[in-house]
Design a protein around this ligand. Structure first.
Ligand code: SUG
Length: 454
């Protein structure tokens, strides 16, 4: 057996979930994200949110899937408020922002980095000409609160995927509308086994230069074709390895702000809604043409699940995971049980259908769901060989000891509830710094936060 064959055999997908940060709150910040828009102003529970996320990670780890963890960001981002002209000590910056620009205070407090599907785009080493895994943090320029993430994200990724013999890091794309990038939420890798070469499906909402102008009318398209093409270039992917498809504008206008709210792929399986792609047939044809293994499309017709049901239930924001026997498990949010059409589709169409999906597992991630983040939003998928897993920096692969340390850390530092008025409390900022300082010790990451750089 060649070295390359061996590497592909022991490759597996590691899901790196974002830890929910101590300032998790509902601020209604995300235009076009129906859950965020309708829950703004509610009281959140950062502790419950973080424990729900950890419980999901733990149960998937216990079921045998490789699970990693990524730390949250430093929030409130007082540095961002200072850059916008607020001055004085931290308490004074927060008080001024609360009084003069509460919308800015809410934005710099968002714990949105928990949705690590938006952290960046990853190409596994098996697909790269230089045999290294490639990473580009997403610029997230569509919204101010998320535009604040890439710098720290880049430092975190560089600290974990540190070994230059195995990992390559690329600059964030220019943070301007033409290169609007939301990371892996709009990127799906299709392949045979995870360690075999794959085809990269990049789904974009609009074309910045040229294009025919057919775009969503109501809500913004967050990913451009030009951004996806730039990432493919950075990662050295050639034409035979990539497919670009426009997301259906009607889906975006119904609240499908990322492709991962309407489609999910794993191995050769592409589970998607009839209205996921503007040109469904061309997308499938291009994938079939380029993939080395037969594509297994699992199509959910509009007649079975409406766009409204898809958005409300987050059926497609599920994790599709490969089991040792080749079957697949679909990890869906609890909200799927609440919509009759969706639950019926899961039983009658997906589980009973002629496809590898053999099991549906329900997870409660309600705290995240109220901001439009389901199970799949909470994780960044990274296919790694055994050697690459061993080369990881920090203590980020979840085992029972790390899980216990993280639960104890949450119990110690997180508030049970947080209302919009609490965001200007200077003690919240202090509590958060203490928590993050502790966390970098638990995760053995070294300094990754602005307050640790000063
Ligand atoms: O960018 N919500 C996030 C949810 C991201 C979900 N990610 C994926 N689909 N992969 C967003 O819209 C809401 C924050 C608030 O309203 O407080 C928010 O940013």
């Amino acid at each position: 057996m060649s070295g390359a064959d061996q590497a592909s055999l022991d490759a597996c997908e590691v899901n790196f979930d974002g830890l929910v940060g101590p300032t998790h709150n509902y601020s209604g910040l995300a235009h076009g994200n129906v859950a965020s828009m309708s829950h703004g102003g509610l009281v959140s529970s950062p502790k419950e949110a973080a424990l729900q996320g950890l419980a999901k990670m733990k149960s998937l780890k216990d079921a045998g899937y490789a699970q990693g963890v990524l730390p949250p960001q430093q929030r409130p981002d007082i540095g961002a408020l200072r850059a916008l002209g607020f001055g004085g000590d931290n308490a004074s910056v927060l008080a001024q922002a609360a009084e003069q620009a509460p919308q800015l205070l809410r934005a710099v407090c968002s714990a949105s980095s928990m949705w690590t599907a938006n952290a960046g785009t990853v190409t596994p080493s098996v697909d790269a000409a230089d045999g290294r895994a490639h990473f580009t943090p997403a610029n997230l320029q569509s919204s101010f609160h998320r535009f604040l993430e890439p710098e720290t994200t880049g430092r975190v990724l560089a600290a974990i995927f540190a070994d230059p013999a195995h990992f390559a890091h690329h600059p964030v794309l220019p943070a301007t509308p033409a290169f609007s990038d939301e990371g892996a939420a709009n990127h799906t890798r299709l392949c045979g086994e995870h360690g075999e070469p794959g085809v990269h499906l990049f789904v974009y909402g609009r074309q910045a230069f040229g294009g025919d102008g057919i775009e969503p009318q109501r809500f913004p398209a967050r990913q451009t074709l030009e951004a996806s093409q730039a990432i493919a270039r950075q990662h050295g992917l050639n034409d035979a390895q990539v497919v670009y498809a426009q997301q259906h504008p009607d889906a975006i206008d119904a609240g499908v702000f990322h492709n991962d709210v309407i489609a999910v792929g794993n191995g050769p399986v592409l589970l998607y809604h009839e209205l996921a792609f503007r040109d469904e047939q061309a997308t499938l044809d291009a994938l079939r043409d380029k993939m080395a293994t037969p594509l297994i499309p699992v199509r959910v017709p509009l007649a079975a699940v409406s766009l409204e049901d898809a958005v409300a239930s987050y059926l497609f924001n599920s994790q599709l995971l490969t089991n040792p026997d080749g079957s697949m498990t679909l990890v869906v949010p609890g909200e799927c049980q609440e919509r009759e059409a969706v639950w019926r589709c899961l039983q009658d169409h997906l589980l009973a259908g002629n496809n590898p999906i053999a099991e549906v597992v329900v997870k409660d991630v309600k705290q995240s769901m109220r901001n439009g983040g389901g199970p799949a939003c909470l994780r960044l998928r990274v296919v790694l060989s055994r050697v690459e897993r061993e080369a990881l920096g920090g203590r980020v692969l979840l085992d029972d000891a790390l899980y216990a340390d993280l639960v104890a850390w949450v119990e110690c530092h997180y508030r049970d509830s947080l209302s919009p008025e609490d965001l200007s409390d200077p003690r919240l900022a202090e509590e958060t710094l203490a928590a993050l300082d502790d966390l970098t010790r638990i995760l053995e990451l070294g300094p990754v936060y602005p307050f640790q750089m000063a």
